[in-house]
Each structure stands twice: as structure tokens, then as C-alpha cells.
Design a protein around this ligand. Structure first.
Ligand SMILES: [Zn+2]
Length: 481
């Protein structure tokens, strides 16, 4: 039998087959067992720095892997498009030079196992809050077979990239505040913007708006009209905050270091729909809608104007010009004061505050009910006085009172007829500012301007507790949203 040639041919064919197969093994189109991953879970850069994202492959590929990078600003503190460079660069571990992406598409070069992707942030001079975005990396399916998928690509968690601002003073009066220095002519200069994450996009729009254009003129006019009235009180700092719930209206305190008052107000109180029932249904979704809201809805129904007048009531009755003599409680004894004394010092005998104390608090006189204008007024004498001051301005009419009148009406009359407050033309004052909701709204107990986390009134002048409370509740809110 001659079978050898047959065997030889078969052997020859087998060799060809092995050669072809082994060639394929050496040069597959992709290595289907390679896994892509990202080292970045999140990162913070300072504006002007480059953002770098690292990708790794567990095994090299024999062809370029087409990818794309999407910047998704799905966070409340979204990044503004002008704050970063759209040019993306990338570099494999075998590359000597950075390559430039075509738009947002680039590739993982073949034979490389790690890739850096970078783009720059802009170092501008605007004060802004910390901005963020998600960097989503996907396979560029326009350049691959639709069925193709590199392992791990769908598991790359888009890193949250935060860009910190480097302009202005990094400290603010409280978390989430935008701070101004106030000069003697009552001009406001922006000095710092909180780097905390905004509650939502509305707050971000608000901060962006203020840092670019300053306070809207109509709001500034209201502040000026109220805070600059009466005696010359040194207001050195003003802080605006956006706190979207009925829990914190404003606060004032005297800062010894700067020898002046700090006034803080919550602008969210000017837009009640935004915080009604804790929902944000009316939150503007674009900067145009925000602008509309600010122009058209400011204090239409909110109580921002009321809070402003209330806070001014503290300045009018706690200032060191006409009301109180400063006492350094570390050095002096409070018992040396023969009039009413409080945290700010020893009240002057002829002051509004001492008179208020003598008539309504000293020796605990019995007052006809209601003895307070609001529930908040019952918290402490200073709040009672500030509430009566605010009521003197917001009430349509103030009936005369006598000893048979309610304590609340007697107090309002005491304030608005007081000689030291006679420079206030309460009626015209009321017409000159956008007050928002008026006193009628408050008849049933009225609003509590500042709450503690336990639901107790927080006093406007207790700034330490207010700032602590603001930080605590901000943290809790952001953790839950
Ligand atoms: Zn108050």
C-alpha cells in the first residue's frame, strides 16, 4: 500500500492550518480579555490647574480603542462652560508627546496599557463657588462595530471633578454665604464666596449672578434704604445666603475685630414658592428663568423685606451710638450696670431698649393678652423689641393704645412713638421698600425667623449658634440629596 503521499499532503495541510491559527493568535483584532478601568473616583483641582484622568488596560490591544469623554454637569454646583478648556489631550504610556483629541473623541493607542486624559481649567478673576461635573468615558461606537464592547467600559464610574476658586478671601461668614465689605457710603464690595456645594442650581445661579453683576439694584436699594436709616451705625459687612427653607431668616452681630456690625440675610425668603412644602418645584432651570424670578418675583410674596426690617430693628436698639455702652465682660462686672444689661453691654438710661425693659419686663408687669406680636417675640426681650419695630413698619395702621390694650399693641405704640426713633417716618419707610408679605399674614403667631435644629427659636444675635446650625443642617441636607 502506498499511503505515504496522502499522509504527506495531510501533514502539509495541517501545517498550514496551524500556521494560520497561530498567526491569528499573535494578531487578533482586539484582545477580548483585556479590561479597562479608571483610577479616578473623584478629584478636586484649583482653577487654572489641569484635570487629569487616568485609564488602565489589563492587557494591551493590537488596535486603537476609540473613546469619548462627555462632561456632564448634572450636579447643583455645575461648572460653567467658560471655566474650562474644551481641548482634550491624551497620552499613552508609550507616547512621548501629548496628542490632541478631535472634539471630545480620542483613543487608547494600541500597545499601550495606561492612558492619561487632560484638559485645563481657566484661572479667571471672578469669585465663584466650587464647581463640579461628572467626566463620563464611553466607547466611541461611531468608530467601532456596534457589537464590540471592551470589558469594564460600562463599569467605569464617572469621576466627580471639582474645581475650586482661587479668588477672594477663602473664609466666609457662614457656610453658603456670599460676603461683602460695606464702606461708609454704603457701597458693597464682594470679598468672598462660599466654597461649599450649593443646595441646588438656583443657589448656583444666584452666586454666579452676584459675582458677575453684584446685588440686583432693586434688592440693593432696599438694603440701603433700611440699613442706612436712622442714626449712623457702622455696618461693615453684609452676607447674603440662600437657605431654601423657612428655618433661617437672618442675623446681626457686632464684631469687635472690625469694630462694626455684620448683617446676614437669607434671600430665599424673597421667593416663597421655592421653599413651600420643602419642594423645589419653582426652581428656575436656566439662568434666564433665574433672572426673571429675581426681577419679577422678588418679595412679591416672600417675607425677606419683613426680615430685613426686623434685623434693622436689632441695629436700631442694640447699637453703641444711642442704645448701649460696651462692657468688656472679661474685665468688668455686669452688676456695675444700673440699667438693663445684655450680651452687648449696659444699656443707656434713655435708650429705647432700656425704656422697653422698664415698661414691659422689669418687675414682670401683667400685660393683657396677646402680650407679644408674634411667637418669636416671646423668646427674649431683644427679639420682642425687633419684632415690635418690624410691626411698627409693616402694619397698615397702628391704633392708639392705653392700659386696657393688649401688651402687644402697647409695645408697638411704645416703639413707634419713641423719641429716639422719631427720625423714622414709619409710613413712608414702608412705601419705600419692597416689603413683601405684610403684617396681616403674621396674625396667627407669625413666623419664627430662625429655628434651631430642635425647632426652638434661634436668636438673631446669637450668631455662633446660627452659624453652627447652618453648617449642621446644610450637611444633613446635602447628605440626603
Ligand atoms: Zn431677631
Amino acid at each position: 500500500m502506498n499511503y505515504k503521499p496522502f499522509l504527506k499532503i495531510n501533514y502539509f495541510l495541517l501545517c498550514i492550518l496551524i500556521t494560520i491559527t497561530s498567526c491569528k493568535k499573535e494578531e487578533p483584532f482586539f484582545n477580548l480579555t483585556s479590561v479597562i478601568s479608571s483610577e479616578n473616583k473623584g478629584q478636586t483641582v484649583v482653577e487654572g490647574d489641569k484635570i487629569i484622568i487616568n485609564l488602565n488596560l489589563s492587557e494591551e490591544l493590537s488596535e486603537d480603542l476609540p473613546l469619548l469623554l462627555d462632561i456632564v454637569d448634572d450636579v447643583p454646583n455645575f461648572i460653567n462652560p467658560e471655566d474650562y478648556d474644551k481641548t482634550i489631550q491624551f497620552k499613552g504610556n508609550l507616547d512621548n508627546e501629548w496628542r490632541t483629541a478631535s472634539g471630545n473623541t480620542f483613543y487608547f493607542p494600541k500597545r499601550n496599557t495606561s492612558l492619561k486624559i487632560r484638559f485645563a481649567t481657566h484661572d479667571d478673576v471672578l469669585m465663584e463657588t466650587k464647581e463640579a461635573f461628572h467626566a463620563v468615558i464611553k466607547l466611541d461606537t461611531s468608530k467601532t462595530d456596534n457589537d464590540f464592547m471592551v470589558m469594564g467600559i460600562n463599569e467605569i464610574e464617572p469621576p466627580l471633578i471639582s474645581v475650586e476658586d482661587n479668588d477672594g478671601d477663602p473664609d466666609t461668614i457662614g457656610e453658603g454665604t456670599v460676603d461683602f465689605i460695606v464702606d461708609d457710603d454704603f457701597n458693597f464690595s464682594l470679598v468672598s464666596v462660599s466654597q461649599e456645594r450649593p443646595y441646588n442650581r438656583f443657589e448656583k445661579y444666584f452666586i454666579d449672578y452676584i459675582s458677575k453683576d453684584g446685588l440686583p439694584q432693586h434688592i440693593y436699594e432696599d438694603l440701603k434704604r433700611v440699613l442706612k436709616s436712622g442714626v449712623d451705625i457702622p455696618i461693615r459687612r453684609f452676607a447674603m445666603l440662600y437657605y431654601p427653607s423657612l428655618q433661617l431668616g437672618g442675623f446681626v452681630y457686632f464684631d469687635l475685630d472690625i469694630e462694626g456690625w455684620i448683617v446676614a440675610l437669607n434671600i430665599a425668603y424673597a421667593f416663597p414658592d421655592i421653599f413651600s412644602l420643602g419642594s423645589f418645584v419653582s426652581d428656575p432651570q436656566t439662568s434666564e428663568e433665574f433672572d426673571q424670578l429675581l426681577q419679577n418675583d422678588y418679595n412679591k410674596e416672600g417675607i425677606f423685606g419683613y426680615v430685613l426690617v426686623h434685623e434693622y430693628g436689632h441695629l436700631a436698639t442694640l447699637n453703641y451710638e444711642t442704645q448701649i455702652d460696651y462692657v468688656d465682660y472679661f474685665e468688668e462686672n455686669v452688676t456695675d450696670c444700673s440699667t438693663y444689661s445684655n450680651f452687648e453691654g449696659c444699656t443707656k438710661p434713655e435708650s429705647v431698649i432700656n425704656g422697653f425693659y422698664d415698661k414691659f419686663y422689669k418687675d414682670s408687669p401683667e400685660l393683657n393678652s396677646p402680650s407679644f406680636v408674634t411667637e418669636y417675640a416671646s423668646s427674649i426681650l431683644e427679639e420682642d423689641l425687633a419684632e415690635c419695630f418690624a410691626f411698627s413698619i409693616v402694619q397698615n395702621e397702628i391704633p392708639d393704645s392705653d392700659e386696657f390694650s393688649s401688651g402687644a399693641l402697647q409695645k408697638i405704640n411704645f416703639v413707634w412713638k419713641h423719641e429716639q426713633l422719631s427720625s423714622f417716618n414709619f409710613r413712608s419707610f414702608r412705601e419705600d421698600i419692597h416689603l413683601g408679605l405684610l403684617a396681616e399674614y403674621f396674625q396667627e403667631g407669625g413666623p419664627i425667623l430662625n429655628y434651631s435644629k430642635h425647632g426652638k427659636p434661634l436668636l438673631c444675635t446669637d450668631h455662633k449658634k446660627i452659624i453652627e446650625s447652618l453648617a449642621e443642617r446644610r450637611k444633613a441636607y446635602l447628605e440626603n440629596n
